[in-house]
Write a protein that binds this ligand. Structure first.
Ligand code: PLP
Length: 483
């Protein structure tokens, strides 16, 4: 290809101003910021210039359409894309209820309502309506947390990793903390207990073996440098087979004997007895408090079903020390979190209400018969709307709780399975991620599975519409029947 040939193309590239005069861009009005429109058109022109400069053969350039209307249309599409929110709701059809990558717990309607109110207007965040003086933001939930767990005092920080860090820094900085080797957990690659402990200033003393730890192991490790005995709930894995772990109560006894603080990191922190609903027993926060544990930490957005937060409950004496730590300020929760948390906790005042209105609890306890019925409904309608290129069926596979909770609990569930002769399952899930809202599903044996357990009932319709909208044409391609 000659240099002249390339230069002719570069000269043919329309000027930015010329493209901006195209009707679709000129009439865009106030919908999009002017600067974004201009910048995007510049980007489109610059991309074309690069393509022309890098082209190796004349043929490549002859295929390139650089007329002003074409470039204007391309720019408009880009502008629309740039105006879309990066963070957006998705339809979680993975069956994993607490998916850290998908934002863990969806909030109860009451929590969203509380966020809207406190977010829209000023609030009494740190202002006492009684005295007209300054008050503490933590008071809005402390009484509720104490009432629900039986603890004497409570504090809320940014997340549970922060709660563990803050508690250890407050109670064991420069001292030794004894923990069972079998409980040194790593959660989702982001929470490594040994590292959190190291940065808190506490020194880790591991006792026992991976599968067995006895009270005598803790006892042997106690020295004048020991400040705290720590128990960690192995919430995202289970050590099976020959195992032995020390119960909270025994650890409390040992702590009393030696005047040591006993702390338990529960991870998931559930407030209702899930075994009543056919699920495996998960230690409740109130059980640890009753056992006499001094400090208990847990997450707000795991089985509790609220916003991301780290909850610390326990003895007043210990909580007072934690509250006076300057680092509390660095880990403090914002008003939106507090609003959502208070509303969520209030639902727990009536267990029946909590199970009905907190999405995670409702998803956990929904009868599989209901899921089957929903799956059949969605499957039938999908088959009808997508047409003959598709095979829609019902699959039966267990769903997982996820998010480092109830590791062995697999819940009987029903999935809608999807197959299309024109597109493989991998491409299909990718395509589904581009629907509005995006649908996140998994692949099993060359089929795409849509698990309805991790969707709220009202999302079934959104799922159907999103899929029909995005996949509607796929079944017809290569049949010559497309539009
Ligand atoms: C999940 C978990 C954490 C971390 O909690 P975040 O709220 O994610 O910070 C800490 N400890 C245990 C045992 C956990 O399961």
């Amino acid at each position: 290809m000659t240099v002249e040939f390339k230069q002719r193309y570069l000269r043919l590239l329309p000027a930015v101003d010329r493209i901006l005069q195209e009707k679709i861009l000129a009439e865009i009005g106030e919908e999009f910021p002017r600067s974004l429109v201009v910048e995007t058109v510049k980007d489109v022109v610059s991309e074309k210039r690069t393509i022309i400069s890098r082209a190796a053969a004349e043929k490549e350039l002859e295929l390139l359409n650089i007329s002003p209307p074409v470039l204007a249309r391309e720019a408009l599409e880009k502008i629309r894309g740039r105006m879309e929110y990066n963070l957006q709701p998705v339809l979680n059809a993975t069956g994993v209820l607490l998916h850290t990558n998908l934002g863990r717990a969806p909030l109860a309607a009451a929590a969203v309502e509380a966020v809207r109110g406190v977010g829209t207007y000023f609030s009494n965040l740190e202002f006492s309506l009684n005295t007209g003086r300054r008050s503490s933001r933590y008071e809005h939930v402390e009484e509720l947390l104490c009432g629900l767990t039986g603890a004497e005092a409570a504090l809320v920080v940014n997340n549970n990793a922060g709660a563990v860090f803050l508690a250890l820094n407050s109670l064991a900085d420069g001292k030794e903390v004894i923990v069972s080797r079998g409980e040194l957990v790593e959660i989702g690659g982001s929470f490594r207990l040994p590292e959190v402990m190291a940065s808190s200033g506490a020194f880790l003393v591991e006792v026992g073996t991976t599968n067995k730890s006895y009270l005598r192991d803790y006892k042997k490790a106690i020295s004048e440098k020991t400040a705290l005995l720590l128990k960690v709930h192995t919430s995202n894995f289970k050590v099976l087979g020959f195992t032995a772990a020390v119960a909270s109560q025994s650890l409390v006894g040992l702590g009393r004997e030696y005047g040591l603080t006993v702390m338990e990191d529960l991870g998931s922190g559930v407030l209702v007895d899930l075994s009543k609903y056919g699920l495996p027993y998960e230690p409740r926060v109130q059980d640890s408090v009753t056992a006499g544990v001094d400090v208990v930490t847990f997450s707000g957005d795991k089985l509790l079903g609220g916003p991301q937060a780290g909850l610390i409950v326990g003895k007043k004496k210990h909580l007072d020390i934690i509250k006076s730590n300057q680092l509390t300020r660095a880990l403090r929760v914002d008003k939106l979190t507090l609003a959502a948390l208070e509303a969520t906790l209030r639902l727990y005042l009536d267990e029946r209400k909590a199970l009905q209105e907190i999405p995670v609890l409702r998803m956990l306890t929904i009868p599989s018969g209901v899921l089957q019925h929903r799956a059949e409904g969605v499957a039938a309608e999908l088959q009808k709307k997508l047409g003959s290129g598709w095979q829609v069926g019902i699959f039966r596979e267990k769903s997982r709780v996820g998010g480092g909770s109830l590791p062995l609990a697999s819940l009987p569930s029903f999935q809608v399975s999807l197959e299309c002769e024109n597109i493989n399952a991998g491409e299909l899930v990718q395509k589904m991620r581009s629907s509005k809202p995006p649908v996140i599903a998994r692949v099993r044996k060359q089929k795409v599975l849509l698990d309805l357990r991790s969707l709220q009932e009202e999302e079934d319709r959104l799922l159907l519409e999103a899929l029909v909208d995005t996949l509607g044409d796929t079944g017809q391609e290569r049949h010559g029947g497309g539009k």
